[in-house]
Each structure stands twice: as C-alpha cells, then as structure tokens.
Design a protein. Sequence first.
Length: 442
Amino acid sequence: MKTFHLVSLGCPKNLVDSEVVFGQLEYNGWQGVEQPENANLLVVNTCGFIQSAVEESIEEIFQLAVYKQQDPRKKLAVIGCLVQRYMKRLESEIPEVDLFVGTEGVKDIHFSLNQLFRDDDFEKTVIPEPFLMTAAMPRRLSTPFFRAWLKITEGCNNHCSYCLIPGIRGRLRSRSIEDLVAEAKKLEAQGVKEVSLVAQDLTAYGMDVYHARRLVELLEQLLARTAISWIRLMYLYPSGINDQLLDLVSQQPRIVPYLDIPLQHVSDHILKDMNRRYGYGDVVQLIDKLRNKLPNIALRTTFLLGFPGETDADVQQLVDFIEAVQFDHLGVFSYANEEGCPAEKFNDQIPEEVKQARLETVLDVQSKISARKLQKYVGTVESVIIEGLSRETDLLLEGRTRYQAPEIDGCVLINEGNASPGDILDVEITEAHMYDLVGRIV
Ligand code: SF4
C-alpha cells in the first residue's frame, strides 16, 4: 500500500493546497497515515514568507528526515512556499530531501511523487508554471466537516514593500465564479455550514479575469445557489472595500457580520513607505462608513510594528487610533527585514528590542479593549456553531459566535446543554472573559 504522511504549515491558503495534495494522492491510490513511521512517503507543505516561518519549515523537515534515516526506503518531499522562494538552493542545503516541488506543483503532485519510487534519474527541484485549483480537483478537508476555507484567488498584485508573497505566489489569479460556486456546492454536500473566503486580498477578486472587482457578484451567486449558513470574509484590503460590498453584508444575514481588514498601520508616511494605497484619512472614513452601515459588525485587523522609519509618535498615533476604534479582534506582528523585500534596503531599521516593546504596548492596549467589548454579549442570545468538546476540558462544549472566526479568535465555552459538532444553535451568553465567552444552550 502506498502510504504518505503530510504536514501542512503556514496560512489557510497553504492549507487548502495541502488538502488538494491529499485529495490528489488519495485519488491516485495513495493512503494518508497519521504516523510518519507508517508512511513510505513523507511530505511537508512549507511556509516561507518570513524568517520565522522558514525556520519552522526547516525544523519540520529535519524532524521527518529522522524517520528516513531510520528506514532509508522512505522518501522525503518538500513542497510549497519555501521551495518557491529558495528553489534549487535548497538541494545543497538540505540533501536529506529527495524532491522539492514549488507552490504550483499541486496540480500534478502525484506524478512528481510517483517518480520518486520509480525512476532514479529525475529533476530534484520541480518549479511548474502557475496554475489555479478548480472544483474538479479532489480535495480532502483537514478542517472539521462543518467548516472549510474557500480560496478564491492565488497570488497578489499589491506589492507591499515588506511582503515577499507576490514574488512567491505570483500575480493575482482569480478562479471563475462558476468554479467557486461548484466548489461551494461540493463543500455543502459534504456537510459544510461555514465557509470562510480567503485570498491574499479578497477585494481584488476578479480584477484579472473580469477586469473589475467581482467579490459582490461572487457572494450573490454563493448566496443564491447554495444554502451554506455562514459565509465569512477574511483578508479584505482596506481601499478595495466599496459600498456595494458593505450594503450586501448589511442585507444578507448569511454573510456573518464579521470583517477582517488588515490595516498594517495608520501613519501616513509609514503607509506610503509600505506601498499601501491608503492613508490615515481614508482609514478613518472607512471605519466611520462601516460603523454607520454595519453597527454590530465585528472588526478584525492586523498591524505591523517596527517598520523602518517608525517613530514613537507613529506608535502613539496607532495606539490612539486603536483606542478610538475599539476593534473586536486584533493581530500584531513585528516587521521582519526579509532578504529580497523592497523595504530590506530602507534606512532607519528599528532595533528588535524596540519592535518587541512596541508590540507589547499595542497588545496590552488591545487586551483591555477586548475584555471590555466582550461584556456587551453578556445576557444576549447568540447564534453559535458547535466545534465540539472544549480543548480545555471534556466537561464543556466549545463553539463560536458569528463574531468569532475559526482558529484565530476566541470561542464560547458552553457549560449547559448538549449539542453535536456543526450544530448552529442559540446560546445565552452568561459570562465574558478577556478573549472568550461562556454560555448555556437555550
Ligand atoms: S496585500 Fe500586500 S501584504 Fe498582502 S499578500 Fe499582497 S503584497 Fe503581501
């Protein structure tokens, strides 16, 4: 029996690739196994856009290489962003690996991997031409059966000066509306009730193939041609958000009242140097519009601290902004001076300890905001999707409200009532903590 063990690293977009790799291998006679020791083939789908991700990927590769040392008949393949970033350079640096396949190798991955066990003479690094997954490709979900990521585009044309993704994932490529509806229907037929739309920039959907923003049309088709209960929007580029989109979200309860809008910063000179196509004024206007059109919207954002040239005044402006806006969820990262990104050569690089201090300042401000904001749910009855038994104790169930995204936000701990994973039901919120809620099934 041809068996494989697949490790997936990085973001939800990379996880979708892993799910397609898994589906392709199964479809072509391979069997996935939980334990690497039971696999003929060891595969790591890597992340590589910042140094910490590169290190995590290399560590995972070496962990799997141990199984190959113990049984030399095993093969080790490394795929994904690390390969796309470093290409053939990896061959000499990690000789333990039998095959390297770039991000675009997902389509024909089974051919590349079968070769490993058939031929002795083959290209050790395979960097195929750009491809776009389709609904026709077999995909084995790795998320719980009732939720899934729907990757609507690949690549990005925004070229933020701190980001390597356009160089790794290539130019923006949008899947067709027909293909995405077909995949959403497949997911629905598998029992999926919550679909989170992901991309590098969701608002850019269609700009390449339809020469216009078509996210609204896509959502209208998904709403009209599936009965999926919850549709969630992740990675919205601020200046790509238009009135049509906000009106649709305000009118359509199946599009959950939750928007993830990575702002990265609010200081005009920093945003300009980041090559972000908006300024402080635009951001304030956007938040005002959001608050007017969608008063109970849950807002998630991301900020990047320590970008070259950032001053204490810039950080104070950001803190004032965060206190004024009161985001429901906020992620913070410190700028990594990545080899090959435009900002690598910028002057006024910030020392690591200063970056860390600024990160902690913002996290501290947000933790207080989060705790205060969650209080507003106490006494309300919220629609909750059940994830299953709590990760903390079998005595509690765990779920999420429409205002909590999978895997990155807090959850609802349920201490009264019974339900099964995937159920969407009413929960009375009885307590609120820093990031999580507590409730009982009504
Ligand atoms: S929008 Fe900017 S940060 Fe996001 S993937 Fe594109 S280039 Fe990178």
